[in-house]
Unconditional design. Sequence first.
Length: 116
Amino acid sequence: QVQLVESGGGLVPAGGSLRLSCAASGSTFSINAMGWYRQAPGKQRELVAAISSGGSTNYADSVKGRVTISRDNAKNTVYLQMSSLKPEDTAVYYCNCKDFNNRYYWGQGTQVTVSS
């Protein structure tokens, strides 16, 4: 089992920046890929960014150039650095990881609100 705890959400004006963190605990040795998803009110949860155990990354088109995902394996932590934030980035952001048995784990989510 893996437990994920997000932090760093909050209220930020449009054009601002925010860094989200997600700390993993438990069976962290089994973690393969990690990522961030978001869900806005009335919308489906969508992938924002993901990073493999080897450091390969992929991003949603809507955030490319504005968001950077990184991970610190020594700290079992994944980060999401967001800049040039837009009101449409407002959502609950969820940390996610997949282990080597293809089991998925989710954090509880952290609210990001971008004011116009």
